[in-house]
Design a protein around this ligand. Structure first.
Ligand code: GLC
Length: 563
C-alpha cells in the first residue's frame, strides 16, 4: 500500500480541520490568447474569459491557472513579460482582471497566475534602460551582460545554446552581449541583484492583494546562476552533475529566493500557494515542493509516458512517494501549452513513440514532420485512450492540472501554414521543430459562426474544419461526449474525494491497473485491447467509453462505487 499523509499541519486553510484547498484541487489552465475573445480582434482576452465563467463553473473545476496576460510583444506567447503588474491592453485592463477574479471567486473557483521570473521581455522598462545606460551601468546589472570574445569581442562570451535554438547570447549596439536562455527577446535576469529580488516580491504582493490565490512559477529551476569568470564551455557545463551546484540549472541557492517568497505567501490568509515548473531530476523535485519553498511542484512524467500500464503504475508510485517526502501533494498533468495534446500523442503509431524518455513534443514533431499532414494519426484511438487516461488521473490522490480544450477531446492541429506560425521554437530551429502552436489554436465553442464562437472576428491561429465537430455546444447535451464525461468526473470527484492514499488491487493482468482510495472508490483502467472481467455486482459510476456488464473493454477506464 502506498500511503501518503494528507496532513500538512504547518499550512491549513482557516478551518483547522480541512486540508488546504490546493492539495487535491482540479486546476484548469487557461491560455488567455486562445480561450475566448471578447472584442473580436482575434486574440482571446480577459472579458472573453469572464464570459465563460459559467462554463468553467459547470465544468466543476476548483481553480483556474491563467497563463501570462501581461503586456507583451508576444515573442513567446506572453512568456516575454514587459510589465509584471499590468494587463496587456489587447487583453483588457486591471479592472477587467478584477472582475474576472470576482466572478470566479463567486463561483468558488480560485485563481492562479503565472509568474515569469527567469527573464523579462526585451521591451521591459528595465531592459530598455539597460540598453540606453550602457556598459558598466547599474541598469545592466539587472541582467547578465558580458563582453564578447575574439580579438574585437565579436564572438559571444561562450558557446552556450538557447533552449529555443541558436546562441544563448545576443549582441547589443555598443558591442556587449546579454544572456537569453530562451528567445532573443527574453533577456535573463540577474538574480544575484537584490533589486531584482525586491521587485518580484512587489509583484507577488501586487497580485495577492488583488485576490489572486496562487502562482505558477515559470522555469523555477533556472533563476540563480553562478556566472563567476572564467565561464565554462557548453561541453563543460554538460559534463557537470546537476546536484545543486551546477552553474546554470537547479541550484540549491534558488531556494533562498523561494524562502523569501514563502514569507510573502504566508502573510495572507489563506496563504497564497505556488507550484513550480521545474524540469529537474525527479529526486530534486521535493526541494521545490517543500512547504518552506514553493509548496508544490509539477510532475511531468505523464506528459512523457506512453499509454502503457507499466509506465503509469511506476509513475504513480514514484510521484506519490516523492510527494510524501516533501509533505506536499503531487500534481498530474497530461497536457499543457508546451506539448502535443495527449489525444494526439496516444493516437500515433507505436513506432512513432518508442523513444521513451524523450520529450513528448519531439514525438509529436517527428510525426508532424515525417511525411506531411496527419497521415498516421488514429484519431479515434487517441481520443479513446485520452478519455481513459483522464479518468485514471482524476481518480488519483493529489491535484490534477487540465489544459483548456482537453475536456473537448481536442487533437493537436498539425496543418498550420508556416507563414502563420508564431512559436519562437519554430523560427529558431527551422525544419526541425514545428513548435507549440498546434496546441494553442483558439478553442471551438460553437459549431458555426465566426471563429467557431471563439469571438466575433477571426482566430489568431487558424482553426481547422474538424474543430467544429468538437465544439462545446455540440458536446453540451450529448451524454457520451468528452465534455459530459469531464463534467461528471469532476462532480463525482468532489463527492468521492478522500484522504491522499491509494492502494493497488491486483488484476492478474499486466495491461490492467486497478486502485482503491480509502473510502472504497476504485478506478480500473484497461490499457490493453482485450476486455477485462470485473468482479460481478460492482456499481459502475462512470466510464470513459461504452461498457458491458462486468466487463471493462480495451482502452477504457471505469470508476467503481465504494463497495
Ligand atoms: C516555460 C513555459 C513556456 C515558455 C518558457 C519560457 O517552459 O511553459 O511556454 O516558453 O517557460 O518562459
Amino acid at each position: 500500500m502506498t500511503t501518503v499523509t494528507g496532513t500538512d499541519s504547518a499550512r491549513h486553510d482557516s478551518d483547522e480541520l480541512l486540508p488546504p484547498w490546493w492539495r487535491q484541487a482540479t486546476v484548469y489552465q487557461i491560455y488567455p490568447r486562445s480561450f475566448a475573445d471578447g472584442d473580436g480582434d482575434g486574440i482571446g482576452d480577459i472579458p472573453g474569459a469572464l464570459s465563460r465563467v459559467p462554463y468553467l463553473a459547470e465544468l466543476g473545476i476548483d481553480a483556474v491557472w491563467l497563463s501570462p496576460f501581461y503586456p507583451s510583444e508576444l515573442a513567446d506567447g506572453g512568456y516575454d513579460v514587459a510589465d509584471y503588474r499590468d494587463v496587456d491592453p489587447r487583453l483588457g485592463t486591471l479592472d477587467d482582471f478584477d472582475a474576472l477574479v470576482a466572478a470566479l471567486h463567486e463561483r468558488g473557483i480560485r485563481v492562479v497566475v503565472d509568474i515569469v521570473p527567469n527573464h523579462t521581455s526585451d521591451q521591459h522598462a528595465w531592459f530598455q534602460e539597460a540598453l540606453a545606460a550602457g556598459r558598466g551601468s547599474a541598469a545592466r546589472e539587472r541582467y547578465i551582460f558580458r563582453d564578447g570574445t575574439g580579438p574585437d569581442g565579436s564572438e559571444p562570451p561562450t558557446d552556450w545554446d538557447s533552449i529555443f535554438g541558436g546562441s544563448a547570447w545576443e549582441r547589443v549596439a555598443d558591442g556587449q552581449w546579454y544572456l537569453h536562455n530562451f528567445a532573443v527577446e527574453q533577456p535573463d535576469l540577474n538574480w544575484s541583484n537584490p533589486e531584482v529580488r525586491a521587485d518580484f516580491v512587489r509583484t507577488l504582493r501586487f497580485w495577492s492583494d488583488r485576490g489572486v490565490d496562487g502562482f505558477r512559477i515559470d522555469v523555477a529551476h533556472m533563476l540563480t546562476k553562478d556566472m563567476t569568470e572564467p565561464l565554462l564551455s557548453k561541453a563543460e557545463l554538460e559534463a557537470l552533475p546537476k546536484d545543486g551546484n551546477h552553474p546554470m540549472i537547479d541550484r540549491d541557492d534558488v531556494h533562498e529566493v523561494y524562502a523569501e517568497w514563502r514569507q510573502v505567501f504566508d502573510e495572507y490568509d489563506p496563504p497564497r500557494t505556488a507550484v513550480a515548473e521545474a524540469w529537474v531530476d525527479r529526486s530534486r523535485i521535493p526541494l521545490y515542493a517543500r512547504a518552506e519553498s514553493l509548496g508544490q511542484a509539477f510532475n511531468f512524467d505523464l506528459l512523457q509516458a506512453d499509454f502503457d500500464a507499466r509506465q503509469f503504475h511506476t509513475i504513480v508510485d514514484d510521484n506519490l512517494a516523492l510527494a510524501a517526502s516533501s509533505g506536499s501533494s503531487t500534481t498530474w498533468v497530461l497536457s499543457n501549452h508546451d506539448v502535443v495534446r495527449h489525444a494526439t500523442r496516444y493516437g500515433l503509431p507505436d513506432a512513432e513513440r518508442t523513444e521513451t524518455g524523450a520529450p513528448t513534443r519531439k514525438h509529436g514533431n517527428e510525426w508532424l514532420l515525417s511525411g506531411g499532414r496527419e497521415p498516421q494519426l488514429d484519431r479515434e484511438k487517441g481520443l479513446r485512450r485520452a478519455r481513459a487516461a483522464a479518468l485514471f488521473l482524476l481518480g488519483l490522490p493529489g491535484s490534477a492540472y487540465l489544459y483548456q480544450g482537453e475536456e473537448l477531446g481536442l487533437h493537436e492541429v498539425a496543418d498550420i501554414p508556416d507563414a502563420q506560425r508564431q512559436d519562437p521554437t519554430f523560427f529558431r530551429s527551422p525544419g526541425e521543430d514545428v513548435g507549440r502552436d498546434g496546441c494553442r489554436v483558439p478553442l471551438p465553442w460553437t459549431a458555426d459562426g465566426a471563429s467557431l464562437g471563439f469571438g466575433t472576428g477571426g482566430a489568431h491561429l487558424p482553426q481547422p474544419e474538424w474543430f467544429a465537430a468538437s465544439a462545446a455546444d455540440v458536446q453540451d447535451d450529448d451524454p457520451d461526449s468528452t465534455l459530459t464525461m469531464y463534467r461528471r468526473a469532476l462532480a463525482l470527484r468532489h463527492e468521492l474525494q478522500t484522504d491522499e492514499q491509494l492502494e493497488w488491487v491486483d488484476t492478474g493482468e499486466a495491461d490492467v491497473l486497478r486502485f482503491r482510495r480509502p473510502n472504497g472508490w476504485e478506478v480500473v483502467t484497461n490499457f490493453g485491447t482485450q476486455p477485462h472481467a470485473l468482479t460481478p455486482g460492482r456499481e459502475v459510476l462512470l466510464a470513459s467509453g461504452p461498457v458491458d456488464t462486468d466487463l471493462v473493454p480495451g482502452e477504457t477506464t471505469v470508476w467503481l462505487a465504494p463497495a
